[in-house]
Design a binder for this molecule. Structure first.
Ligand SMILES: Nc1ncnc2c1ncn2[C@@H]1O[C@H](COP(=O)(O)OP(=O)(O)OP(=O)(O)O)[C@@H](O)[C@H]1O
Ligand SMILES: [Mg+2]
Length: 510
């Protein structure tokens, strides 16, 4: 997109903004601005302070120091309502929608009630439909939010902010939950918003996205702003260096898995129909050997989620069989499978990964009934704390200690806790779904090394990811899932990208 210089009077300007949590400084005298029609990307490692800074902008946090100006006028933001009234809208890293309510009800929540008790819902619905139409967002005002896909919920957040008249948009890792096609759709919307003069802050860990969509980019490192650049005058390599101080490369699998290695996970003819009777898994076969990583590539929504849930016992298939290390686990619950050495790194970490307790409690969530957390039915708090401390050290979780509530960790650090919980048990079978979603470059490399280490140890790993780079770098074999079936298998030394994408889009026979 065109690259206007920062306007003399930015739509939003922060200067000297400082946020402390106790003695910890999350934002240290930050100067940051965004002009109207500009996309200003904000980069930084997990825990660098990006979300914190944007919570200040959204009126969710009061800084200890510094000033905020909108169109040159200093403002005080005491609440999200203040921010909304000044035209600031935020699409959060973890959505703030109420799932059982409709889109229109969500949009109307917290609106000032002028004249009458409830906002006029007919008007709200009509306005939402109009906005959705204008930006090609495909949001149905009457849909129940909980029924929508993540991409759909994100579009609701955008429509909701537009409906409230946002002129300054903060998008916190909006692409982390999107498939490549959906990212294109989002970028189309952002470009339309930029043309209409909206100022945008765009947070992402994906450097290619930042290079594509932003006009300027700022890098945070441990709470400090280390650089602001015009995007046209920097490179992905420079940005990565600014973020972490060194370059990272994806590791590569070198040795091959012996053909006679025992099969640790075996699924036969799995069939699963959802509540509406729509087939999601349609006779799927999968087997993974000891020391093997099998990547499942596919366009989001082709059964990946259902496959992971059927493998881990969160859903029961209508037919098919499942064996772990030769034991038939068809029909058994998640706890029994965990007992047999299965580990799950779930996709929706907010919903199925964590509970609103301390890091330590989350670390033993799945294994509370066995050592080290408890022995003969008696909980050992010191053992739990020691376990959590090791996990924090091994997985480089940035926190103040095992007692910190997990929900106050940065998104990426929450994921490290979940990964640590799954991998530190030395599981025999690992089902990892989007294991690096939301992780920065360094943490991503760390997770990849961990998965390779588990492979070396002899674990059988199913890696479900919409990041093709990740699947290609780590997998011994790549299976392509399409419409609930495995439509092709490519050994790692014979992966042709055109063949892969033809399979992924259903344009090639198996
Ligand atoms: N309410 C809180 N109490 C204590 N510490 C907090 C709180 N909120 C954030 N922090 C800490 O501030 C730091 C910055 O967190 P923030 O969420 O801003 O990081 P981030 O850059 O958005 O990271 P990510 O890429 O992982 O989302 C982290 O170390 C986090 O643990
Ligand atoms: Mg964040």
């Amino acid at each position: 997109m065109p690259s206007p210089a920062a306007a003399p009077m930015p739509a939003l300007a922060l200067s000297g903004v400082t946020v402390r949590f106790g003695t910890f400084t999350a934002n240290d005298r930050i100067d940051f601005s965004v002009g109207s029609g500009e996309v200003h990307a904000l980069l930084g490692e997990n825990g660098a302070g990006k979300t914190t800074l944007m919570r200040v902008v959204a009126g969710l946090l009061k800084p200890q120091d510094g000033t905020i100006a909108i169109n040159g006028t200093p403002v005080t933001l005491n609440s999200p309502l203040d921010a909304a009234a000044l035209g600031i809208g935020m699409v959060h890293q973890h959505f703030m929608l109420v799932p059982p309510l409709s889109v229109a009800q969500n949009a109307a929540l917290g609106l000032p009630r002028v004249g009458r008790f409830f906002p006029d819902m007919r008007r709200v619905r009509a306005d939402l439909a109009e906005i959705s139409e204008r930006y090609g967002l495909e949001v149905d005002p009457d849909a129940i939010v909980g029924d929508l896909t993540v991409a759909g919920q994100q579009r609701v957040e955008i429509v909701k902010a537009l409906y409230r008249g946002a002129r300054i948009f903060v998008l916190d890792e909006p692409t982390a939950v999107l498939a490549p096609k959906e990212v294109e759709g989002l970028f189309r919307v952002l470009r339309m918003l930029a043309e209409a003069g909206t100022a945008m802050v765009f947070i992402s860990h994906k450097l290619n996205e930042v290079m594509e969509i932003s006009n300027r980019v700022s890098v945070l490192r441990q709470g400090k702003l280390v650089a602001t650049r015009a995007t046209a005058e920097t490179s992905g390599a420079e940005l990565a260096r600014l973020m972490i101080g060194s370059d990272f490369e994806l590791p590569h699998v070198s040795d091959t898995v012996p053909q006679d290695a025992p099969v640790r996970l075996e699924a036969r003819s799995l069939a699963y129909r959802d509540e509406r009777g729509v087939p999601r898994l349609d006779g799927l076969d999968l087997s993974v050997r000891r020391g093997e990583i099998v990547g499942i590539a596919g366009v989001d929504g082709n059964g990946q989620q259902e496959l992971a849930e059927v493998l881990t016992g969160l859903r029961q298939p209508q037919s098919g069989t499942l064996m772990i290390d030769g034991t038939d686990v068809t029909g058994s619950d998640p706890a029994r499978r965990i007992g047999l050495g299965l580990a799950h790194v779930p996709e929706d970490r907010q919903r199925t990964g964590i509970v609103d307790l301390s890091i330590a409690e989350n670390a033993v969530l799945e294994t509370i009934d066995r050592p080290p957390a408890s022995r003969r039915g008696i909980l050992s708090h010191s053992a739990i704390r020691a376990f959590a401390e090791t996990l924090i050290a091994d997985y480089d979780v940035r926190c103040t200690g095992p007692r910190q509530p997990i929900t106050t960790l940065s998104g990426g650090n929450q994921q490290k806790v979940i990964l640590g919980r799954a991998l530190s048990r030395d599981p025999g079978v690992i089902v990892a779904v989007q294991p690096t979603r939301g992780l920065d470059v360094g943490a991503t490399a760390f997770v990849h090394r961990q998965l390779l280490e588990q492979r070396r140890r002899g674990a059988a790993i199913v890696l479900v990811s919409t990041e093709l780079d990740e699947v290609l770098a780590l997998s011994d074999r790549v299976l392509v899932i399409y419409a609930g079936r495995i439509v092709g298998e490519l050994p790692r030394n014979q992966i042709a990208l055109d063949r892969l994408s033809a399979l992924m889009t259903g344009q090639a026979a198996a």
